[in-house]
Design a protein around this ligand. Structure first.
Ligand code: ATP
Length: 249
């Protein structure tokens, strides 16, 4: 169980997050939604200790993440950022970095196998020895996701990890993340602007508005009223192929 309790954060005098609280149980995939500048990325970086909240706590199975060592944190949380820093290294080495929290003296055969398996699963095997600065934006996003998954976290944090992917890859990546979340019984939190993609794959939805957790719950919180209040646009909700779908406008 991940417990996020009363997180508040400010950049200088500007209060971005105000007492944001929500829980994510094991095996659950949660989508964070909200308009540009709502504080979604800021919230995610408060959950992985990149930023220190002014107030509040994050507990993973009752353990306060602020009290964890760097190594312990890396074994519990992995994170794919919206913007990635690129260093000159191969795809394989870049994914292998995700195993760093587990490597004691040298890379083991198990580490290599875990990385190879993930590259295969994500259709990246052919890129294994390519340099990551020679990849397309979408290919790079897949590599970053592969790295986060081989880290085998308890909490997986993804900040718009599919924004550069074509529709087929977006759906495949979301299906893979959902599958891994259920199979490993971990908690996954994703920031997304794609309400329909989130509706299809996430179990619960957190709408951020004015720095607060405006709505949190299952797909029943995704309503035209919520969408209008959060994004200032009208919408209709229907069903396409048995799937709840939002049509904007
Ligand atoms: N380092 C910073 N210093 C000052 N203000 C910042 C900083 N980073 C973000 N902000 C501001 O904080 C607010 C929240 O930013 P954040 O990136 O968390 O929003 P977001 O919901 O993720 O937005 P988007 O959907 O556009 O990615 C914005 O108004 C942004 O301008």
């Amino acid at each position: 169980m991940i417990e996020i309790k009363d997180i508040s954060f400010s950049y200088g005098k500007s209060n971005i997050l105000k007492d944001v609280s929500f829980n994510v149980v094991a095996g659950e995939f949660v989508g964070i939604l909200g308009k540009n500048g709502a504080g979604k990325s800021t919230l995610v970086t408060c959950l992985n200790k990149i930023r220190a909240p002014k107030k509040g706590r994050v507990l993973i199975d009752k353990h306060d993440i602020l009290k964890m060592s760097r190594l312990e944190t890396a074994r519990h949380i992995s994170y794919v950022a919206q913007k990635n820093e690129i260093h000159q290294m191969t795809v394989f080495d870049s994914v292998l970095l995700g195993r760093k929290p587990y490597i004691k003296w040298a890379v083991s055969q198990e580490d290599i196998d875990i990385c190879d398996e993930m590259l295969e699963k994500m259709g990246l095997s052919e890129f294994k020895l390519r340099y990551i600065d020679e990849l397309s934006g979408g290919e790079l996003q897949k590599v970053m996701l592969a790295r986060a998954l081989v880290q085998q976290p308890r909490l997986l944090l993804l900040d718009e990890p599919t924004s550069n992917l074509d529709p087929k890859n977006q759906y495949e990546m979301m299906a893979l993340v959902r599958h891994v979340t259920k199979e490993r019984n971990i908690s996954t939190i994703i920031v997304s602007h794609d309400i329909n993609l989130a509706l299809r794959y996430c179990d619960r939805f957190l709408f951020l508005k004015d720095g607060k957790a405006y709505k949190y719950g299952d797909e029943s919180v995704v309503t035209p009223e919520t969408i209008e209040s959060v994004y200032g646009i009208t919408s209709a909700i229907g069903e396409v192929k048995g799937q709840k779908t939002v049509v904007i406008g």
